[in-house]
Design a binder for this molecule. Structure first.
Ligand SMILES: Nc1nc2c(ncn2[C@@H]2O[C@H](COP(=O)(O)OP(=O)(O)OP(=O)(O)O)[C@@H](O)[C@H]2O)c(=O)[nH]1
Length: 281
């Protein structure tokens, strides 16, 4: 499997992000709640270093509530707070404001002790493509403003989205590519629609998904495709699904290409229910 990671592109994105980081007190890192490990950029820690961080697990509506809650507990530490949100529907200004203040609590108290009146907390949103950065900024701004930062040659003056007197967000999110030398990371990104279909063979993605579902959520597969038993071999299982859905060619043989497309679309559109592909150990 050959996957490009565009090192040149990353260097530029990293440099721009480092410039913007100087302007903010806090980083809001978005990760997909279904794949909080695979949707983490491995360079981010190095880039933001000790800057306080709030992790927002996005697409809460598409993940399993219990697992997301477990991730919230698992990922938080002394300097990092974690919250989850359905960025399309939740009205999360109060929750986000509260979380930002909580992360910055010590610094704010220190300023007050020194007699400095704290100004609004300035934050920037960062995350891998498709994780919900623009959606979040646009919802918080109440209008469409966020553009992705990865377009070459687009230089804009920076603007701040004022949430309230306590928090302001930089209107330009920081985009960092996921790194997927580990094939599982690539499969997770593909199953959640985070990378284009051309990047990984759909067949490999579906084989991975069927094996994972057979091991972890067999009942969902049985119910969705009206199967009594699940074949152990993923291709035999695909054939079972093809037959159940009457995906047959003129010779009456299973049309696996059609079935592969159907399964991947059904997974992405939550037809098998919300699925958290990564679960805390
Ligand atoms: N169901 C659901 N969909 C979401 C949520 N947040 C974002 N989306 C959808 O995810 C897709 C990607 O969202 P964007 O806001 O464009 O993501 P981005 O991180 O700005 O992506 P890039 O511009 O590629 O960097 C869009 O179709 C959104 O509608 C969420 O919380 N729940």
């Amino acid at each position: 499997m050959t996957i490009q990671w565009f090192p040149g592109h990353m260097t530029k994105a990293k440099r721009e992000m480092q410039e913007n980081l100087k302007l903010v007190d806090l980083v809001i890192e978005l990760r997909d709640c279904r794949i909080p490990l695979s949707s983490k950029n491995p360079m981010l820690d190095e880039i933001i270093q000790t800057k306080p961080r709030l992790i927002v697990l996005s697409k809460k509506d598409k993940g399993e509530a219990e697992i997301t809650q477990q991730w919230i507990e698992k990922l938080k530490d002394d300097t990092t707070l974690v919250i989850a949100a359905d960025l399309l529907h939740d009205s999360f200004v109060p929750k986000l404001t509260q979380a930002c203040k909580e992360v910055m609590k010590e610094k704010i108290e220190r300023m007050i002790r020194r007699g400095i009146r704290p100004r609004a907390i300035r934050a920037m949103v960062v995350g891998v493509p498709n994780v919900g950065k623009s959606t979040m900024i646009n919802r918080l701004a109440g209008k469409k403003i966020a553009q992705t930062a990865d377009r070459p040659g687009v230089t804009r003056s920076l603007q701040w989205v004022k949430l309230n007197k306590d928090v302001e967000l930089l209107d330009t999110p920081g985009v960092l590519w996921p790194k997927f030398e580990d094939p599982t990371v690539g499969f997770h990104l593909a199953l959640t629609g985070a990378i284009r279909d051309e990047i990984l063979p759909k067949e490999e993605v579906v084989v991975y998904a069927l094996k994972w579902l057979s091991d972890n959520e067999p009942q969902r597969l049985k119910e969705r495709y009206a199967l009594q038993n699940l074949a152990a071999d993923p291709y035999a299982l695909l054939t079972q699904i093809a037959v159940a859905r009457k995906h047959l060619n003129k010779q009456g043989e299973a049309d696996l290409t059609r079935t592969i497309d159907m399964v991947i679309n059904e997974i992405r559109n939550d037809k098998l229910g919300p699925i958290s592909w990564e679960r805390p150990a």
